[in-house]
Design a protein around this ligand. Sequence first.
Ligand code: NI
Length: 273
Amino acid sequence: MSAPRTAGLPGPAPSVEAIRLQLRSWPEVEQSLQHCRGVIVPLGSTEQHGPTGAIGTDALTAEAVALEVGRRTGVLVTPAQAFGMAEHHLGFAGTVSLQPSTLLAVLHDVVLSLAGHGFERIFVINGHGGNIATARAAFAQAYGTAAARGLPGAAALRCRLANWFTAASVTQEARRLYADREGHHATPSEIALTLHLEPSLVAKQRPLPEAAPAGPIHGPEDFRRRHPDGRMGSDPFLAQPEHGERFLELAATALAADLTAFLSETDPAQAGT
Ligand code: NI
C-alpha cells in the first residue's frame, strides 16, 4: 500500500524562462514529468477593447498571469492560445475570432496532446469571458476522447478553468478602485494590467464619453449598434500602470493557490492501492 498519488508541485522556479515550455527540450519535459504532471495553458482572445485599449488585452493579461503563476509554482507554461471566441466583436477592426466549434476543437486537441505525454492536470488560465462556455465543453469532450483512446492517464485527467479576472481579490480591488465604472468590457482593471505590461500603451489613454451600459450580447452588428465604441459600461481612463501591477500580484497569488490545491488533489483511481 502506497501513499495516495498527487500530480506533484515543484516549488518556485529559478527564473520565468525555466517554466516556459517553448524554451525546454523534449528530454527536459520528460524529466519534469517525473516530478510534476501539471501544466498551465494561457488562453486569451484577440479582440477590440474600446477606442483606446489594445486588441491583445485578453491574451497579454492571461499570459502574464500564467507566467507569474508558473514562476511561483515551478509548473510549466505552454505558449498562449491568443485567439479565442470573439464572434460578437467582429464588427470592430482588428478582432480575430475562432468560432465556438473551432475553439472547442483547438482546446480539445491541446488537452489530448498534453495528456498523451502524461500530463494529468491541465490548468487553463483564461483572460476572456467569451471563452468560458466553450472551454468547459472542450474539457468534457477531451475526457471522453482520452477514455475512448485508452490513454494510460485518462482516469486521472483533470482540466480546470481559472479566470484571472474573476478571482475574488481581483474583483474586490477593481470595485474599490473603480466602483461601477469597472463595467463589463474594456474594463479599467484589465487595461491597467496591460499598461503595466506594455508601457507604450499608456500614451493611448484619454478621457472617453460615458459608455453604453452592459446588455445582452447577440451578433457582431447588434453588439456594435448597442456599444458603438466597443465598451460595455467601463471607464478605462481610470486605469493606471500601478493598479495593473497590483492586479497581477493579486491574480497570481489567487491562481497559484488554486493551482496548488488542484495539484494536491489525490487521484481516487490510485489512492490506497
Ligand atoms: Ni478583455
